[in-house]
Design a protein around this ligand. Sequence first.
Ligand code: ARG
Length: 588
Amino acid sequence: MKTLLELITIEMEEAFEKAGYDKALAKVTLSNRPDLCEYQCNGAMAGAKKYKKAPFMIAEDVAPYLKDSSYFETVDVVKPGFINLKLSKESVASYLNDMAAEEKLGVEDEKAPKTIMIDYGGPNVAKPLHVGHLRSAIIGESVKRILRYKGNNVIGDIHLGDWGYQMGLIITELKKRQPELPYFDESFEGEYPEGAPFTIGELEEIYPTASAYAKEHEDYREEALHATYLLQNGYRGYRAIWNHIMNVSVADLKKNYEKLNVEFDLWKGEADAQKYIPDMVQMLKDEGYARYDEGALVVDVQEETDKKEVPPCMILKSDGAALYDTTDLATLVEREEDYKPDEVIYVVDKRQELHFTQVFRCAKKTGIVRPETELKFLGFGTMNGKDGKPFKTREGGVMRLENLIREIDEEMYRKIMDNRTVEEGEAERTSQIVGLAAIKYGDLSNQASKDYVFDVDRFTSFEGNTGPYILYTIVRIKSILNKYQESGGNLEGLKILPAVNEYEKALMLQVLKFNDVFEAVYDETAPHKLCAYIYELANEFNKFYHETKILSEEDEEKKSGYIALLVLARRVLEACIDLLGFEAPERM
Ligand code: ARG
């Protein structure tokens, strides 16, 4: 179904044509003076030059052709040449009823659905998840859901950091502690026995210990580097340890992401790309793309129009080791082979932008991806503490994701218990649902590329532009609908009626923007605009709620019209929070 903006634009185009003007001028936008009108067209100003006429006169010529349209209650021409539109109550109600009949609330599927891969999450195996990984997971999950809602085939890939130096460190430390393990025997040929020689708790201790020790001890560091090299070159015993590390870590990661309501279709990682490296390197050499620079193999990616220097893409170090660039390029080889994506989106810290510029250019230039494959970098800013510095624990250490989530849940629990609307047991479950919304909304309501301040007090507040406020509004609507049903009302088959008061109309106008807003969110991959929309929607609902007798309305028809509107408002709000990646509790 067409969005309301599209429908009004069609009316406007006809009016411009009938009045003898180019219909390309008939662009309609939401009003920036909501006190005067709801939608507006500024085309007369744009046409003044072309037609050598005062904009006001053009607008006056066009307006009469709009007066008969059933969409508008008023059409006003205002100096210097705005055409201001107010929708009729009947057309608003009728549009909302059409929306209510649609499963996706009026959003149409992409005409040519694409296969889109999203590379997000990006945790490093054996290292605890920290808040830096939170943004990638939250933003990536929402973007995935938004692209899917529009009917695309979207594949989310976690892209584990599972092949680096941290693996060599763990192996080295393990060898020091448990030299009797069979894996260190050079002749190890066995299969990988069940049961890892460490738990996740131990693993999380082994890594930082080894890492700190390596910084102080050169020979230990050398050994860890060598262990990394052996692992990467197929040494069986180390591969067996690697398998254990992966099993233990991935099980733990799955639990953590599940708590975040984040789900990946693929659990691939850097290690999976390794087998594509040799052929890729050969191709880069054979086709003359790569050159040696002080022993390292590189591909130049500088372009003439660059204002700054863009260093070459590093394919192999002088000792033959692969690098981050290499892995990301080989992953693209793999993705092309397995999925032929039309688009690959990377949701990664914006400080990695240069790396992705290099990789994208290299992949395009060398034909690793097809010319039409779109490679997009969705870089996000840093999550800061109240002091404006990257978020830390109170003691100044790296904040583990688990602890952050616990902190928020506890704060939510306190607030929910203060409200005393639910029992203790339920409050605990509810505080997890609301806590997650607090974190996700707090993050997503900021434009992704910007840094933001993670403010526990503000994010967990039931008032203001927060997740809990949105959920509170949904719960309030649910409760009204429940009461309506309890008193014998049926939610099915109700019709939305023309608005009876200004608050109802304002709520209706906000509900009917949904598919227009969605299109903008989709085109610009901008979840923050969805947050801004539902905040407004929640505000409009609450104003309506305070000004209108709903359940106590005596006129049954009027009441059923209100209820029909609430049913739709709830559906829109729930669709939006689902796109953002969280859900509402029954009560709070
Ligand atoms: N593991 C990386 C990190 O923690 C992020 C991976 C991002 N994705 C990628 N394809 N490079 O910084």
